[in-house]
Design a protein around this ligand. Structure first.
Ligand code: ADP
Length: 394
């Protein structure tokens, strides 16, 4: 029997999955990964193997009633037919919010599910889907252990000072505080940094996770000290469709004078702002970089500006910076964005090595930089698989 761990990352319109084989010596080897997109809508199911070869690609009728339960049934059917001898040890889930309580992954049960549901208002666009996937797995396989891995957990090491808002303290006690997100990505990158560059990893590092969702984290000796994201995944950097940092007075103005209700403001801030809202063209950085319209340029310029400002703030939170690390879709793939961020950060001692940056090398700063710059590909799925295995073998 092949011992395996299934990793699920359930979003509003997609279910991403990875299957890891537990090879000898507790080594996790990726057997297959893929996604079911278009839930509900025009569903598309695609699975590739470790080397990117397509194992399965299907398009389903648009009128199929798609949800996570349906998607999981299809996925489970695929796994059974492809790997007859698969012994599923457990399922690891990306769960965006663990509140103030969960500083580590947890094996879920009914009581924990109820508590995780109470965090939905703090992550309304992610948490319900993460939990729906857990329920859907239970419905198919009630006995398989399931582990929730939180995007907030990595930041639990932050001092209360880094978690505060200037509201009456009672709100902090009621959970209105800065949590930070993308923790599984930061944890993976910090671990990779420790392996590759232990001396630098022991110092003051800012990691920039630049994807559709984007945030930055100050990491000192492997521990989170501060993050650009706060109470929800809206704060901080400009994102694909999310506004990032906003004067709270703007929300009041929209409510009181523009006639928007809470639902419309949620929609505006999560889905119609960011690169998409500013450019009026696209949320996709590739499209904007290839577009000569002034508003495309404005959106990219503001994206860079926000990164520079957060970089200054995060460096201040550690009283210095030894290294800047780029990761996620934009951070890993756009030499142009990395170059521009590094140029803006020249005052911190970063000198970009253009040849290394263009070639996508691991170290992208020149030898005369007092603060080095790096490119490390993130792997949140592998982080979840590691946590799930650790939780199951504890
Ligand atoms: P998610 O938050 O959905 O996981 P990703 O980490 O996959 O996002 O990042 C998606 C973003 O990465 C998109 O804005 C996409 O345009 C951008 N991206 C991917 N490849 C490139 C590239 N070569 N140049 C610029 N941006 C890129």
């Amino acid at each position: 029997m092949t011992k395996a761990i299934l990793v699920l990352n359930a979003g509003s319109s997609s279910l991403k999955f990875s299957v890891y084989e537990l090879a000898s010596g507790e080594h996790l080897h990726l057997l297959a990964n893929g996604q079911i997109e278009g839930i509900p809508g025009a569903p598309h199911f695609k699975v590739t193997d470790h080397d990117g070869n397509i194992l399965l690609e299907e398009r389903w009728d648009a009128d199929v009633k798609m949800d996570h339960a349906y998607s999981l049934k299809q996925l489970s059917g695929f796994l059974r037919s492809r790997y007859q001898a698969l012994d599923l040890l457990g399922v690891g889930h990306r769960v965006v919010h663990g509140g103030a309580r969960y500083a580590a992954p947890v094996r879920v049960n009914a009581a924990i599910m109820t508590e995780l549901e109470s965090f939905i208002p703090m992550a309304p666009l992610h948490q319900p889907h993460n939990l729906a996937a857990i329920r859907a797995v239970s419905a198919i396989n009630p006995t398989v252990p399931q582990v929730a891995c939180f995007d907030t957990a990595f930041h639990s090491t932050q001092e209360p000072l880094a978690q505060l808002f200037g509201l009456p303290y009672a709100y902090f006690e009621r959970g209105v505080r800065r949590y930070g997100f993308h923790g599984l990505s930061y944890e993976y990158v910090a671990a990779a940094m420790r392996q590759q560059q232990p001396e630098i990893a022991a110092g003051k590092v800012v990691i920039a996770h630049l994807g559709n969702g984007a945030s930055m984290c100050a990491v000192h000796n492997g521990k989170s000290v501060a993050s650009s994201m706060g109470f929800t995944a809206l704060d901080g950097l400009l994102m694909g469709t999310r506004s990032g940092d906003l004067d709270p007075g703007v929300v009041l103005y929209l409510l009181q004078h523009e006639g928007l209700d809470a639902q419309q403001i949620e929609d505006l801030l999560y889905k119609r702002s960011g690169l998409l809202g500013l450019s009026g063209i696209s949320s996709d950085m590739r499209v904007l970089l290839g577009n000569s319209e002034p508003r495309a340029k404005l959106a990219v310029d503001y994206f860079i500006r926000r990164i520079s400002l957060e970089l200054g703030a995060l460096a201040a939170s550690m009283q210095g910076i030894d290294a800047l690390v780029f990761t996620a879709g934009i951070g890993e793939n756009s030499a142009e964005i990395r170059r521009r961020v590094c140029l803006e950060a020249a005052w911190l001692g970063i000198r970009v090595d253009d040849a290394a940056n263009d070639a996508g090398k691991s170290c992208i700063s020149s030898a005369d930089s007092s603060c080095s710059a790096w490119l490390i590909a993130t792997n949140e799925e592998l982080m979840i698989a590691r946590h799930t295995l650790a939780e199951l073998t504890r």
